[in-house]
Design a protein around this ligand. Structure first.
Ligand code: OXD
Ligand code: MN
Length: 721
């Protein structure tokens, strides 16, 4: 929870919220004083801190030219990178803590895991001073140079580090991150080349209440987004960013989202003062030179500008702001993944969905998986589930023994970008890594995820064992007798606190996944045969059903709901409507988003079939009725059969349901009553559900397309038949 802030979205124009900001500015002055004591003080920044207490005054830059956006008119076109103070001799990686030791038998623990600095892990770290040849590879695009220079003038970093994505750079940054206690190197023997990071305990999840869509009008952001007026928001953020990187390094991270040769691929640049963000972006995206090359030197080329600063990691001034019309993101005050890896939720979904509508494609919160039959027939499926509903598990599913010869392969576990070709939808995964929820992951629930995180991974907010391994609730084997928990405190199995935060995460390269689809990087994308919408519902929704057609399928997506989880701050376990699992991620008016879905269907001559699933239905006893995990293959098989033209389905008011014998339940120990309950449609429950659909649509204030309102009426009618 965001302590002391409350749950309502702060309106950045409202005075009280600014007072919180002012308060922090005063604190900043205190921080600056402390820096002075430590000899880190730079005179010009003191002025900045003092001036920034007047947060309501006019921005120093003209409002019509927000400096975060930069632009070709900048007067600072030439190289103005401040001298990197101490350019040292060539960097030689420290073998003890980096690469693989040559003689594995002789490995000693790389670090002393009882050391005090292991307990006190940091987010904010002082500037680093790279040797020449590292951090000085500037791109040639003038628009990028101008923008970075503008942010530099504002945030006043000690120096600028231009990332190129090289291995030498990685080794150097890892070494610095460890030296600064931002990362802890894990036991090389147990989790090779892997590291632990702890975010601030006030900063452990996405903050939807502080996430804003800053489109010119509130209407463009729509009824489901927090909106803030762009010019005012820029100026408020500028005030927050003034001097924010004083005595820190400003990293410039160039990256692409999408396979290198895809027409859908987008270029982004993220400025950040967090070395953890840089190292995470290396895993999550294709980062460095590849992006610089793809952008080229055309100053008018399309690219996303992302600015991130930790500030002082205070929830009172934590804002994740998107300016879709400017292709710009500014995120301040957080160091936690979903808020700061700007490539992911911010670009690939919020800005991405806006661009997708404008440019005629789709950016969706969906996994993409391949299913291949023993005969070699292959289908691809995209599936939308709200956060922490087992998407990564589904994307890496291992079919049960009974399905010997069937193969499931992963294209993506979180985001799908889809375009129309030859009347069909083709999907690419824009990401290059997984940022998955750790607790509950084990060799039984998701062996492929476990293999993906066995090496070359970053862990955030899990527990550290005394022998330098990681641990979390639900990991295989018995709990350690002693560990350091995610907050850095001693932990034993008797502790009341959890060892790992429920939203602790792994960051692992897709390449680690043993079932990575061979077409993972295919630029044209993979053809989508079926779209699945899912959610966590303990009642009402059957295990699986199929829509009658595209528009009915869009209705199923638009009325999706799920019980909330720990992936976002706020109460856990409440049913909330989450259309297409995009409620927190749609970067524009949800009504226009629904319209885009309906219209896309009209352009498809061979549309994917649409299904809804619910792995989480509970029986009267309160227990889950369906085993889930690998056994979800049984549901997937029915879906694939339907794509292949099977007529094994029964018509019901809500759509096509599998008959009892249409689901392959062989070798599954499940009571037939459970299956009946799983597929049951309770008319009373559905009456309530329909009323909830209406309530939800009404709450959107008249933006829902006619086609979907009609779908609701038709559904109600079918219940009367
Ligand atoms: C995620 C989320 O992290 O959806 O993927 O919250
Ligand atoms: Mn997600």
């Amino acid at each position: 929870m965001n302590e002391g802030v409350g749950d309502l979205p702060p309106d950045l124009r409202v005075k009280q919220n600014l007072r919180a900001i002012e308060h922090c500015v005063v604190e900043d002055t205190a921080i600056a004083d402390r820096k002075k004591e430590r000899g880190q003080y730079c005179a010009t920044d003191m002025d900045t801190y003092q001036n920034s207490s007047d947060v309501d005054r006019k921005p120093s830059h003209p409002g019509d030219r927000p400096i975060i956006i930069g632009g070709s008119d900048s007067e600072h076109a030439v190289n103005r990178q401040p001298p990197i103070s101490s350019r040292k001799q060539a960097f030689v990686p420290d073998e003890k803590i980096l690469g693989e030791p040559r003689e594995p038998e002789e490995i000693r623990l790389p670090l002393d895991y009882t050391r005090i600095d292991i307990l006190l892990m940091k987010n904010i770290a002082p500037a680093i001073s790279p040797p020449s040849g590292i951090g000085d590879n500037k791109p040639g695009n003038q628009a990028v140079l101008d923008w970075v220079h503008d942010v530099e003038l504002l945030a006043k970093p000690e120096n600028v580090f231009w990332c190129d994505g090289s291995e030498r750079e990685r080794d150097y940054l890892l070494q610095e991150a460890m030296r600064q206690n931002v990362l802890i190197k894990l036991n090389e023997k147990k989790v090779p080349r892997s590291y632990l990071h702890r975010s601030n305990p006030n900063d452990v999840a996405r903050v939807e209440q502080f996430t804003f869509i800053c489109s010119p009008t509130k209407e463009e952001a729509g009824p489901t987004n927090n909106w803030s007026e762009p010019a005012e928001t820029y100026s408020k953020l500028h005030e927050l960013l003034k001097g924010a990187m004083c005595s820190r390094t400003l990293f410039v991270v160039p990256y692409i989202m999408g396979p290198p040769d895809s027409p859908l691929t987008k270029v982004g640049f993220e400025i950040t003062d967090s070395i953890y963000v840089v190292l995470s972006m290396r895993i999550m995206t294709r980062m460095g030179e590849i992006a610089v090359k793809r952008l080229g030197n055309d100053p008018a080329a399309e690219w996303n500008r992302g600015v991130h600063s930790l500030l002082d990691v205070d929830p009172a001034r934590r804002f994740i702001c998107h300016f879709p019309q400017d292709n710009t993101i500014i995120s301040v005050g957080s160091g936690y993944g979903g808020n700061v890896l700007l490539s992911k939720k911010c670009l690939a979904l919020r800005i991405g969905s806006y661009l997708a509508r404008k440019q005629g494609w789709m950016a969706e919160h969906m996994l993409i998986l391949g299913v291949e039959s023993p005969e070699g027939k292959k289908h691809y499926v995209a599936a939308a589930f709200p956060s922490a509903c087992g998407k990564t598990n589904f994307a890496m599913l291992i079919p049960p023994q009974h399905f010997a010869g069937w193969k499931v392969t992963t294209v993506g576990d979180d985001i799908a970008w889809m375009q129309i070709r030859d009347g069909r939808l083709f999907a690419v995964n824009p990401e290059n890594g997984y940022f998955g929820v750790v607790p509950g992951t084990n060799y039984k629930s998701n062996p492929n995820a476990m293999k993906s995180i066995e090496h070359d991974s970053l862990y955030t907010n899990v527990a550290l064992t005394d022998d330098g391994d990681v641990w979390w609730e639900g990991k295989d084997g018995s709990p350690p007798k002693h560990a350091i928990d995610w907050r850095g405190n001693d932990w034993t199995p008797d502790s009341k606190e959890k060892a790992a935060h429920p939203n602790s995460r792994f960051t692992a390269p897709c390449r680690n996944n043993p079932v990575l689809d061979p077409d993972f990087e295919i630029g044209d994308g993979v053809p989508i045969s079926a779209i699945i919408f899912g959610g966590r519902r303990s009642g009402t929704l059957p295990l699986v059903f199929q829509s009658f057609d595209w528009e009915h399928g869009v209705y199923l997506g638009a009325t999706m709901a799920s019980e909330t989880t720990a992936a976002a701050t706020g109460a856990v376990g409440q049913v909330r409507r989450d259309p297409m699992a995009m409620l927190p991620f749609c970067g524009y008016n949800i009504g226009d988003y629904f319209r885009h879905w309906v219209d896309t269907g009209k352009r498809l001559t061979n549309p994917p079939l649409i299904f809804k699933v619910n792995w989480f239905r509970k029986g009267k006893s309160g227990k889950f009725l369906w085993p889930g995990f690998g056994d979800n293959m049984r549901v997937l098989k029915w879906i694939i059969d339907r794509c292949e033209g099977s007529d094994g389905a029964l018509k019901s008011p809500i759509g096509w349901l599998p008959g009892l014998h249409d689901l392959d339940l062989a070798e599954l120990e499940i009571d037939h009553h459970c299956v009946d309950e799983l597929l049951e449609i309770d008319h009373e429950d559905w009456k309530k559900e329909l009323a909830e659909h209406k309530k939800f649509f009404d709450s959107l204030g008249g933006v829902v397309p006619e086609e979907l309102l009609k779908q609701r009426e038709e559904l109600a009618e079918r219940f009367k038949e």
